[in-house]
Design a protein around this ligand. Structure first.
Ligand SMILES: NC(=O)c1ccc[n+]([C@@H]2O[C@H](COP(=O)([O-])OP(=O)(O)OC[C@H]3O[C@@H](n4cnc5c(N)ncnc54)[C@H](O)[C@@H]3O)[C@@H](O)[C@H]2O)c1
Length: 253
């Protein structure tokens, strides 16, 4: 019997690298998954790689309250309940020193990571079963500053930790656990985009520099981060709440 047999999980950013890798890992353990993302074509492409009877999808923007309410309602209509909320949607913004950072990009990054995770908790919790699990994808730069140039992203990822700590206290009375996940650099397009911007800003290969500085000397694969999502989603972590789980190859040591 799988670790998530009969469980229902909502995954935002579900068409992306980590969201889709996690859907695959959670399904393998028996979960049904509702994938939420911005673009219908991207979602269809992602869903086509998953087990059809365990998969649903919905186009929605996590910054829009009505749409957030909409995917929780749709999930409950389809499967009767929600056990796991994986609040994972993210955008990277741009790379620039704080003095040159575009205000509208700052607002967009805060909106997706902070307002998005807040709306997920606000509208997700009333629909969740007692004893469930909320996982919010933060980052290694949710607990430290990174190398500079990503002020909006670093600010947003830190703010998610505050949000998580508050909601963990409130949700504990229902046995719902709330944690943040903190991946280091993942080998995917999202991270490559950030690293290309940083390379330009500092005049050095940021990918190589990061690998040199990570104790395990490499980026994570999406699948190995997804296995930490499984840990937080399942009863393997039944006494773990209000915490920051680093999946960073030792960078925060
Ligand atoms: N890639 C990395 O190295 C890395 C490291 C640490 C943390 N993270 C975090 O992991 C999470 C997943 O990122 P990823 O690496 O899979 O990148 P990704 O770009 O492949 O996935 C992110 C997904 O979020 C979706 N999204 C963006 N804005 C949205 C919105 N308003 N509403 C709904 N969906 C939206 C995107 O369309 C995309 O599919 C993000 O929160 C990111 O910040 C990534």
């Amino acid at each position: 019997m799988g670790l998530l047999e009969g469980k229902v999980c909502v995954i935002t950013g579900g068409a992306g690298s980590l969201g889709l890798a996690s859907a695959r890992v959670l399904q393998r353990e028996g979960a049904k998954t509702m994938l939420v993302d911005l673009d219908d074509t991207d979602l269809r492409r992602a869903v086509a790689t998953l087990e059809s009877e365990k998969t649903a999808m919905m186009v929605a923007d996590v910054t829009q309250a009505q749409q957030v309410q909409g995917y929780f309602d749709a999930t409950v209509r389809k499967w009767g309940k929600i056990d796991v909320l994986f609040s994972n949607a993210g955008n990277s913004g741009t790379v620039a020193p704080v003095t040159e950072y575009p205000d509208e990009v700052f607002d967009q990054v805060i909106a997706v990571h902070v307002r998005g995770a807040y709306l997920n908790c606000k509208y997700g919790l009333p629909n969740m079963k007692d004893g469930g699990s909320i996982i919010i994808t933060s980052s290694i730069v949710g607990v430290r500053g990174g190398g500079g140039g990503t002020v909006a992203y670093v600010t947003a990822k830190h703010a998610q930790v505050g949000l998580m700590r508050n909601v963990a206290r409130e949700a504990a009375r229902r046995g719902i656990r709330v944690n943040t996940l903190h991946p280091g650099p993942i080998d995917n397009e999202f991270q490559l985009g950030i690293e290309q911007g940083i390379s330009k800003m500092i005049g050095r290969d940021a990918t190589q520099m990061l690998n040199e500085n990570i104790p395990l000397k490499r980026h994570a694969t999406p699948d190995e981060v997804a296995r930490s999502v499984l840990y937080l989603a399942s009863d393997l972590s039944s006494f773990t709440t209000g915490t920051t789980l680093m999946v960073d190859g030792g960078s925060n040591s």
